[in-house]
Design a binder for this molecule. Structure first.
Ligand code: KG4
Ligand code: ZN
Length: 337
């Protein structure tokens, strides 16, 4: 049996989890997430310096809590896995330095984990028979990427955003409409009661034979529409704006996924990351997969946002391939993709 402690601090969630691995059987024993949303709310976005400080304050407490809830003692752990890329550099460093100290003080192997790969690996808990190769769409507050997952540890980026991340666009539109931060969840709720065809916003699917996205154009179009309304004293039709933006977003994603499956003969899709909690995206992607005969694997909503269990899951495969960090392990704002 392999017992892993997973540490995550790449953005505004401090997370620690303990999971047990027995061959392909994986069990989350404890998964503790300390969200900083209330701290960053008043600034309308994540303030990196404040995030780093809050991680430093929370890491010891939530790790102790995760270990206590799991019933696994530090001495029983097989290794410590930690997110070291991509993310906010200061935030990442707090988790990396904490994990380093814990690992080396307790003579445990340290396993560096890529945050995007971890988001994808969250799906293995819900779908125990899921195995590469497959395509994976990761949509979160900081990242939007389409990857060909060739093995548990080999990934090739086949498409990505050329500017803003999907969640960033949701949150910025939400902020201009005065929705509570982060706006994604409230945009989801409003979109269900609005008219998706009220505003013809531009597509986020980059034209041509590529699998890339660009969210800055649609984001700017929505914000310009809102500013014009504001100048004319017209109250924001928040539900219609949310529904139209979401419609453009889901159609753009579905278009590129459709192209991706024509290009790569794979039969499985994993959709992960915070924005994968979006109910409209989940429905649209399911329709596409049903139409194309593709198996769809989406982690449960609780495992879509940042968490430590996903770090354990990817950490397990990295551990098995022998990937290790030593005392010189660094953090990187951008990953190798
Ligand atoms: O994966 P995540 O927790 O953090 C990053 O790695 O960035 O993703 C957070 C993002 C935020 O932008 C948040 O607004 C968005 O996920 N989000 C949603 C929904 N729930 C969370 N976006 C759209 N619809 C949702 N239901
Ligand atoms: Zn994330």
């Amino acid at each position: 049996m392999v017992y892993l402690l997973g540490i995550e601090s790449s953005c505004d969630e401090t997370a620690a989890a303990v999971a047990a691995f027995d061959g392909e059987r994986k069990t989350v024993l404890a998964d503790v997430v300390a969200s900083q949303v209330d701290i960053h709310k008043k600034y309308g976005g994540v303030v990196p310096e404040i995030a780093s400080r809050a991680h430093t304050e929370a890491l010891t407490r939530i790790t102790k809590q995760a270990l206590a809830e799991s019933g696994i003692a530090l001495s029983q752990l097989t290794a410590v896995a930690v997110t070291n890329t991509p993310g906010l550099i200061g935030a990442l460093l707090t988790g990396v330095n904490f994990a380093k100290s814990l690992a080396f003080a307790n003579a445990l192997p340290l396993v560096p984990v890529d945050h995007i790969k971890a988001h994808i690996a969250a799906a293995y808990y819900a779908f125990p028979d899921l195995k590469p190769p497959f395509l994976a769409l990761t949509v979160s507050g900081g990242h939007t990427s389409l990857m060909k997952v060739d093995s548990f540890t080999d990934f090739v980026t086949v498409g990505c955003t050329r500017d803003d991340a999907a969640g960033e666009a949701f949150d910025k539109v939400g902020r201009v409409m005065g929705l509570p931060y982060p706006g994604g969840k409230e945009m989801d709720r409003l979109a269900a009661i609005g008219d998706p065809h009220a505003f013809p916003f531009p597509s986020a699917a980059v034209a041509g034979d590529n699998l890339d996205f660009s969210f800055s154009g649609v984001k700017t179009a929505v914000i310009n529409t809102l500013n014009t309304m504001s100048q004319k004293g017209i109250p924001f039709p928040t539900a219609d704006i949310a529904a139209s933006f979401t419609n453009t977003f889901t159609r753009s994603i579905v278009k590129k996924l459709d192209m991706a499956f024509d290009r790569y003969p794979l039969d499985t899709l994993v959709v992960s990351g915070g924005v994968a909690a979006n109910s409209h995206l989940r429905r649209a992607v399911k329709e596409l997969c049903d139409r194309k005969g593709i198996r769809l694997c989406m982690p449960p909503i609780a495992l879509c946002g940042d968490n430590g269990a996903m770090v354990c899951s990817q950490g397990y495969y990295e551990y098995r391939t022998g990937k290790r960090g030593d005392t010189s392990l660094n953090a990187f704002a951008n990953d190798e993709f």
